[in-house]
Every structure is written in C-alpha cells, then in structure tokens.
Design a protein around this ligand. Sequence first.
Ligand code: SF4
Length: 397
Amino acid sequence: MNYHIQTCFHHFICTGAECEDTCCKGWRIRIDRQSYRNYLQVSGAFGHRLFWEIDHGRRSFRMRGRACAFLNREGFCDIYKELGRKGLCRGCREYPRHRENYGQLQEVMLSLSCPEAARLILEDETQGMWKEKKRPAVFWEQQTAVRKNWPKPELLEDLEELRRTMVCLIKDRSVDWRQRQAMLLALAHDFQRHWNKIREAGYPYSRQRRRQWGKRLSKRYLAREAAGRFARRLEHLQGAGKEQRIRIAAWMRLMQRMEPVLFGWEQKAARMCSSLYHQRSAAEYQLLCLDFDEAAASLEQEWENLMLYFVNTYVLGAVYDGDVYTKVKLAVFGTRIIREWCLFRYGTSGKINREELAGAAYRYSREVENCDENLDLLEEELGQNPLFGLEEMLKGI
Ligand code: SF4
C-alpha cells in the first residue's frame, strides 16, 4: 500500500508564456473520453466553437498552424478562460504530471515530453529513487472498488526487485556505458524467461522462494566479476562499428514510420537519416561518433538519468501484460535514439550539452510516449521483429 513520488516532482514549475516549446504548440492534443463528452454538452457560441475546433475522428483539438486552435494571441488558453480549470481536458489539466496504478502501488512522476520537466529529470542527482508515502487503507479500498482486475501483489514484488537491480546496474560507473545497457537487456531477457515459466505453472513459488530467486539473479548481474564476464561475451558482438551503424539506421527507419505528432516529423526524421547514413560514409560516421563521445563525456549523469527515467516509467507496467523484456528494450531503444538525435545535431551545429540533450529527449518523448499508436507500434516491433532480438540489439547499442 505504497505511494511513490519522483524525487524532482515537486520542483516542477511551468514556465508558461516563457516556455520555449509550449505544450499547446507543435503536436495534437488528445482529449480524454469524459472531457470529449463534456465538450459536446457545452452550449452557446463557445459550444459551437468547441464543436468546430475539435477533430472528432482523432478526438483531438484542431491545429491552427503549429498551435492548438484554443491558444490565443496572448499565449493563454481560451478553454481555460471560458470554462475554468475544470473545463480543461485531463491531459492539459495534469500535464506534465502523470500517475500510474499498479494495484497496491501508485507512482506519480513528470513526463519527459515537457522541456522544463526534461531539464529537471536530467539534472536530478537522486533520479532512480522515490519519496515513499503510505496511503490510508480507506484510499485503497476506494481504488479497489473502482478497479476490480488489479494485478497480483507477487507480480509487483518481483518487478520491483528487478527494477531495483536495474537501477544499481545503471548507476555503476565502474562499468562502460554500452556494457551497462547490454547487461540491462540480458538481465531482462533472463528474468522474462524464468518468469514465463513460473507464471505458466500458476506461480507455485512461495514468497521466500521467489525472493531467493530474485536475489540470485541480481547477484549474478551485480557481482564484481559479472562485468568482466560480459565484456568478453560482448566483445565479438559489438566489435565492428559498421554492424552498429546498419542496426541503428534500421531503428531510425522505424522512427520514420511513426504517426507524425511533432510538426514536420517525416521531414525531420528523413533529414536525420540522410545526414547520418547516406551523406556520410561508414568511416565518416565512425569519426563523428568518436568526436561526439569525447564532447559528451561530461554528460554521464544525464545519460544515466535518461535510462533511469525510462526504466522507472516502463518496467512495472509489466504487471498488466507480463512482458517486461519488451519494456526494457523500449527503454534501451529510447535512450539510443535520443543519442542518435544528439549525434545528428552535433554533426550540424558542433554542440552537445545538457540543453541539447534535454531538447532531443523531450521531442522523442512527444513523438513516441504521448501517442498511443506510436507506442503500440514500437512495442509490437520490439516484441516480434527479429531486428530486435537480443543479439541484434546488443550489436545496435
Ligand atoms: S511544455 Fe511544460 S513548461 Fe512548457 S507550457 Fe507546457 S507544462 Fe509549461
């Protein structure tokens, strides 16, 4: 019966009219079902406007140029002006805060898709930890009444243990960054294989036995000699940079297939692919990567925070579909694509710093995380396409 709050959650203050890329611009804002129903009930001139300014097929606000049709010239929202805070759809009311329910646990965190939240997430030295609060029993009784099909607590316990191990792995700077990502994938792969077996057998393990199993697994990955063992295994896989470029180019092509959420996304993605993989030879690309790695060496904390954000956001979601391996792949994929995005920017502007990284991170998050179709497409591809098998992914990171 816990309630987890992201450590930087309360530090967030919306920069409002000063925001460099306000959430009312550059993407389509989806409307939740309840708010959509409410909007259809609004009468008078504003009700009329609401009807015409909503794209009913997509259940989203129409865009005027790059902005939401309700963003006025002063930079304020007309829905807020006419209907008050309660009139905002759920996304606008809560954004960039979001909460996840995992049965006996609820977690609240900031979304990476807001530039200000992205900056906070990247600079937060305590990322990966949570402020814990106990909720009164009555709260959980109310929640249970609303949601009957809550996941089993033992599934959640297993996943929490796995996530703790992953956080330790991500923070271990004695291990090379690429290797840490590889170990994360391998750990999720091993966990999934075993988890599938015991879930299919109807969870015959006692709590104590499950804990022992979880501890054994984390010991195997966190032990001092584990990194050396992995480095040897990965050497022959990750040796050739050419192999890596072929994989990452294919990953970027998958990004090109996404439903455009960001304004001009198709052209942006095409420009990135063309600049990195067509106009540059393999040797030039390698050289750019070496330069970039050197210039970005001081951003170790930021890369770790990015991966921690993805792991914290996705892993426990497996209580609902049992597929933790795909979720960890999604975390690694996201971090890798953001790196490639920064590489492209570095290739054109010669700059890489926290601001650049936050810019690429929030744009990736808007394009992928804030669009269910794109997230579903990615999960399906990562789960089924052989391009995202374990070995293939290890070659790509
Ligand atoms: S993107 Fe974030 S900082 Fe910018 S207006 Fe929206 S909530 Fe505020």
